[in-house]
Design a protein around this ligand. Structure first.
Ligand SMILES: [Zn+2]
Length: 113
């Protein structure tokens, strides 16, 4: 499952941060997910709970927010908000917009004790 490896990566980051910033426990994590990252929120929450067991993030609340995908037209260079990967450019009508943002996820906020 794609979400499990993402969740495990997330726990790894939190564990590393815990030793750097000297906190003992994570209470809440706000994660921003790109619209094109193919992360299923329910699966992500479920996998996070499993991956967090025995770690600094055990029992932490996972909050998910979505970030709109942005692209750049290869033809005219216009920045566009993307709703699907195969949108045409609203400015010049060309296809093949390059995705600039929205394929990854990032940690927005961590609440610790
Ligand atoms: Zn264009």
């Amino acid at each position: 499952m794609h979400e499990l490896s993402l969740a495990e990566g997330l726990i790894e980051i939190l564990t590393e941060e815990a030793s750097k910033q000297a906190y003992r426990q994570v209470r809440k994590v706000v994660l921003e997910i790109g619209e094109f990252s193919h992360v299923a929120p329910d699966a992500m929450r479920f996998c996070f709970e499993i991956a967090a067991q025995g770690s600094v993030a055990e029992g932490a609340v996972l909050d998910l927010t979505f970030r709109q995908a942005m692209g750049e037209c290869r033809c005219c260079g216009e920045s566009v908000v993307m709703h699907s990967r195969y949108d045409a450019c609203p400015a010049c009508g060309a296809y093949g917009i390059r995705v600039v943002e929205g394929e990854d996820m990032s940690i927005k906020y961590i609440e610790v004790v």
